[in-house]
Design a protein around this ligand. Structure first.
Ligand code: NAD
Length: 282
């Protein structure tokens, strides 16, 4: 039984609020992990061309027997070093991702990073408009886009990104960017929602709330996201954790819990873990 709520994206597409991420999971292991996730009841999977595991993800989807219309599959256009994308290159990369996944359409296609220094994301976005119009991606969006990048898209296109997938967790709460998303009608999706399973899950504030509810620290952090309407895609290759991360719909954090977790972002540990989109270029 799938209890995961859906979020209605700005074009009406429904996206599960909790999905399964596969960054840094080698192709064969991704096949096993995605298989375990689908078995556990996940119906949304987040991969990317750069993760090198679209094929394993696709094999797991094919073997699962889950009807395609019950699944929500996201992948992302990668940035290849100094390459500056043009329309044909983007269309080819999209086809190649579909081919590796063994699918005839995607549910969500994202620009992985803005790379402002390459100045090509407006061309990419205009090509994404074509992809969306063709119906081969039910929704298109961006990842790691800053307010200034979103503004530039708004300057050339009436198609508002359905999603901005950003680093977000209690130690890096992105309050202003989330408020901008709400104003623009962009759904916020959190990457590294568990803070990559590092110090966040061991902080006394987090473990105390977990003890209070008889839940794990990871489950508490996922509730913090879900109760604020954020989409999450926690990653694990351990079947028990894969199940644990989905089993977060039977309890609720109270206002004190949320306030204590909110306060972490402005505390001494508050910071980003991943790269800064203003300078990240690979
Ligand atoms: P995460 O916050 O999901 O943390 C994953 C790690 O936390 C695991 O490797 C494991 O060590 C630990 N963990 C998982 N479940 C746990 C549990 N129940 N108890 C204790 N520890 C647990 O980090 P992530 O993988 O970086 O992010 C999730 C997904 O976000 C990725 O797999 C990927 O799909 C996406 N992502 C996107 C971008 C981007 O640039 N768009 C960047 C990073 C990640």
């Amino acid at each position: 039984m799938n209890q995961v709520p859906t979020i209605k994206l700005n074009n009406g597409t429904l996206m599960p609020q909790l999905g399964f991420g596969v960054w840094q999971v080698p192709d064969d292991e991704a096949e096993r992990a995605v298989g375990a996730a689908l078995e556990a009841g996940y119906r949304s999977v987040d991969t990317a061309a750069s993760y090198g595991n679209e094929e394993g993800t696709g094999r797991a989807i094919a073997a699962s027997g889950v009807p395609r219309e019950e699944l929500f599959v996201t992948t992302k256009l990668w940035n290849v070093k100094t390459k500056v994308w043009d329309r044909d290159g983007v269309l080819r990369a999209f086809d190649e991702s579909l081919g590796r996944l063994g699918l005839d359409h995607l549910d969500l296609y994202l620009i992985h990073w803005p790379r402002p220094m390459r100045d090509d994301f407006l061309t990419i976005w205009q090509t994404f408009e074509e992809i969306a119009a063709s119906g081969r991606a039910r929704a298109v969006g961006v990842s790691n886009f800053r307010p200034v990048d979103l503004e530039r898209i708004g300057g050339v296109s009436t198609l508002v990104p359905a999603v901005n997938q950003i680093e977000l967790h209690p130690l890096f709460p992105q309050t202003e960017l989330r408020a901008l998303h709400a104003r623009l009608g962009i759904a916020t999706e959190a990457w590294s929602p568990l803070g990559q399973g590092k110090e966040l899950l061991a902080l006394p504030v987090v473990t105390a709330i977990a003890d209070k509810h008889g839940r794990s620290a990871a489950q508490v952090v996922l509730r913090w996201h879900l109760q604020q309407g954020v989409i999450v895609i926690p990653k694990s290759v351990t079947p028990s954790r894969i199940r644990e991360n989905l089993d977060v719909f039977g309890f609720e954090l109270d206002a004190d819990d949320i306030a204590a977790l909110d306060a972490l972002g402005s505390g001494p540990e508050g910071r980003r873990i991943g790269p800064d989109p203003a300078v990240f270029d690979i």
